[in-house]
Design a protein around this ligand. Structure first.
Ligand SMILES: Cc1ncc(COP(=O)(O)O)c(C=O)c1O
Ligand SMILES: N[C@@H](CCOP(=O)(O)O)C(=O)O
Length: 441
């Protein structure tokens, strides 16, 4: 399998090189040259298999020969062995035809663990072969940072630098990033927003001499391997609900657009996905783009779903590339206008493709709080504010087709917002270090 840059001016790479490279040399994101198809029979055969086996079958065609079959199986098995639920990513029914997909059973209690636990192991296997040393730089609005630190702390040959927006992550997220004692972990508070952190990261990649000197690597969802590992749970959920014989829809709390882009890949592989619904908080640039046709920055306002306080959604570039039919010159023009003029109008053909693939909605702060309270009242489940954004938006799309809303983080990561909405302080799911729970400083 070969990977090309969305901007068309970087070397074409294999899976392992694309994973270790992160952002392409031309500033673009790597995408597979073609998306391998799964037949209806192949999808049907996934029913009843373990999460690990489905992960192997879904990802294998994208990975090719980069990792041996047994090696890849072993790394997948290790990655999910520590998850706090036997199903790894369970789905629970919360309404007549509405399901929550719980993505928070990994070590840092957010969906990022699902991909990051695997990527940590793929990186280690690759580095052990090459003997290289690398510097991982990540930008985070809270969850990617802690998942990356958890996956790479103490790993020989790897330094991890995480940029997070000062004062704009939850206290639990801050502690997850700043309390690990390993010498290779460096959490850096930046005066600014997540977009500022991600912009600094992209500048580092753009300085090719610097990038090569320090062995720069990225584990944000700019890294194709992150997106790929996230495709798997769309497949397990859809199969559990009747795919390939029955279509399924997904509502995805969205910020950097990596998670929902993984859903688009699942659909392009042949999974019967009826609707992919982009759910934004008050920072609704993606909803405005899909409805109004113009991607234009308006300034990020801090919200109670802070991990989605994002305006420059890097994976939207991958969707644009697909919507432009792979025309990398058109992508370059859009990205130049975004950088120089703060936005661009999406060309008509690309816009109608995007509207075919994605529906969208937004939740205000009040609607998010109300969704947390309503969900507890009606279903008995405490949800995090990001999940609540998804639930608010999903409510407008419920119908005959089963809807799966992605529960992207555990409510205990955002206790203030949950308590303000419900009067209940969400408990941590299992024994958890006191530095995280707030019982000490
Ligand atoms: C809890 C949570 N929900 C949703 C999102 C949005 O996911 P994505 O950036 O892949 O759109 C994030 C971060 O990105 C997150 O941390
Ligand atoms: N919400 C994210 C933002 C970065 O997302 P990524 O999926 O591109 O790593 C976070 O928690 O950091």
């Amino acid at each position: 399998m070969r990977y090309v840059s969305t901007r068309g001016q970087a070397p074409v790479l294999g899976f392992e090189e694309a994973m270790m490279t992160g952002l392409a040399a031309d500033g673009g994101l790597y995408v597979p040259e073609r998306v391998p198809a799964m037949s209806a029979a192949e999808i049907a055969a996934l029913a009843g298999l373990s999460y690990e086996e489905v992960a192997f079958r879904v990802m294998r065609p994208f990975v090719g020969e980069a990792f041996g079959e047994e090696e890849f199986r072993g790394l997948i098995a290790e990655s999910y062995a520590g998850f706090g639920h036997a199903a790894r990513v369970p789905i629970v029914q919360i309404g007549a035809n509405h399901f929550l997909m719980e993505l928070f059973h990994g070590p840092t209690l957010a969906f990022k663990d699902v991909a990051m636990q695997l990527i940590g192991r793929l990186f280690r296997a690759s580095l052990a072969r090459s003997g290289r040393r690398i510097a991982i730089v990540g930008a985070t609005s809270g969850d990617t940072g802690s998942a990356a630190i958890e996956a790479f702390r103490g790993v020989p040959g790897v330094e991890v630098f995480i940029l997070f927006p000062h004062g704009r992550v939850s206290e639990v997220q801050r502690r997850q990033m700043t309390t690990p004692a390993e010498a290779n972990v460096h959490a850096i508070a930046v005066d600014g927003t997540f977009d500022d952190c991600q912009a600094r990261l992209k500048e580092m990649f753009a300085d090719r001499r610097f990038a090569e000197e320090v062995g720069l690597a990225g584990v944000n969802s700019i890294n194709w391997a992150r997106v790929l590992a996230q495709v798997v749970y769309y497949v397990t959920a859809a199969v559990a609900l009747g795919a390939p014989h029955r279509a399924v829809s997904f509502t995805v709390p969205t910020g950097n657009f990596g998670d929902i882009y993984a859903g688009l890949i699942a659909r392009r592989m042949g999974l019967p996905v009826e609707r992919l619904v982009v759910a934004t908080n008050q920072n609704d640039i993606l909803h405005r783009t899909l409805t109004g046709g113009e991607y234009r920055k308006a300034g990020v306002r801090p919200s109670i779903s802070p991990s989605m306080d994002i305006e420059v959604a890097s994976n939207f570039e991958r969707a644009l590339h697909d919507a432009h039919g792979g025309d990398s010159a058109a992508v370059r023009a859009d990205m130049t206008a975004l950088r120089e003029e703060g936005g661009f109008r999406v060309a008509q053909g690309a816009l109608s493709a995007l509207r075919d693939w994605f529906a969208s909605g937004r939740a205000s702060e009040e609607e998010t709080s109300a969704a947390i309270a309503r969900t507890l009242r009606e279903t008995g489940h405490l949800v995090c504010p990001h999940t609540a954004v998804g639930l608010h938006v999903a409510a407008g799309f419920l119908g005959a087709v089963p809807m799966v809303t992605l529960a992207t983080a555990h409510p205990a990561k955002f206790p203030e917002a949950v308590e303000a909405a419900t009067g209940l302080r969400p408990p941590f799911p299992r024994a958890w270090p006191t530095c995280m729970t707030g019982r000490n400083g």
